[in-house]
Write a protein that binds this ligand. Sequence first.
Ligand SMILES: CC(C)(COP(=O)(O)OP(=O)(O)OC[C@H]1O[C@@H](n2cnc3c(N)ncnc32)[C@H](O)[C@@H]1OP(=O)(O)O)[C@@H](O)C(=O)NCCC(=O)NCCS
Length: 145
Amino acid sequence: MIVERVSVDDIQNLRVRVLRKGTPVTHAHYPEDSYADVVHLAIRENSEICATSTWFSKECPEVPNIPALQLKGMAVDDSLQTTGYGRALIDAGLALARERGAEVVWARARDSALGFYEKCGFISVGDGFIDEPTNMPHHIVMKRL
Ligand SMILES: CC(C)(COP(=O)(O)OP(=O)(O)OC[C@H]1O[C@@H](n2cnc3c(N)ncnc32)[C@H](O)[C@@H]1OP(=O)(O)O)[C@@H](O)C(=O)NCCC(=O)NCCS
């Protein structure tokens, strides 16, 4: 699997298809998409982007004052889920985080995806919360590098 860096426009369609399914929201723009250091990772299948995640520097509220990278917008096309694309994106993001000297990688994870993050070596921390705009239960997950 080849992980490449793409633009936010390249991943909008996939983000909306996977992450806004079952919600009335028709876009998936994040304020962090305009951060100076943001990186959008993607993997293609038959030249179409089928997996994506977005990475940027942001302190983790559970471990303040430690250099950290947050990941957001983790989405794999429905037909390809659980075949290794998500883990490949995490591996590439962890490499990026190490290059940047981050000591923590973290995400606001849907509870339905906690098992995935745990398989990738993350732990769940803090109380659960309902996140906008999906209204789904979430936890912060983090991994120390
Ligand atoms: C969650 C998601 C990004 C994971 O990516 P993926 O490509 O499906 O995951 P992988 O195939 O790399 O899975 C790695 C491991 O996690 C497991 N796994 C994947 N999704 C899981 C889930 N939702 N719950 C529990 N375990 C999961 C896989 O079975 C695999 O286990 P293994 O190492 O024992 O084989 C993807 O399924 C997805 O887009 N889901 C819908 C949107 C979503 O929930 N995004 C995350 C928002 S925080």
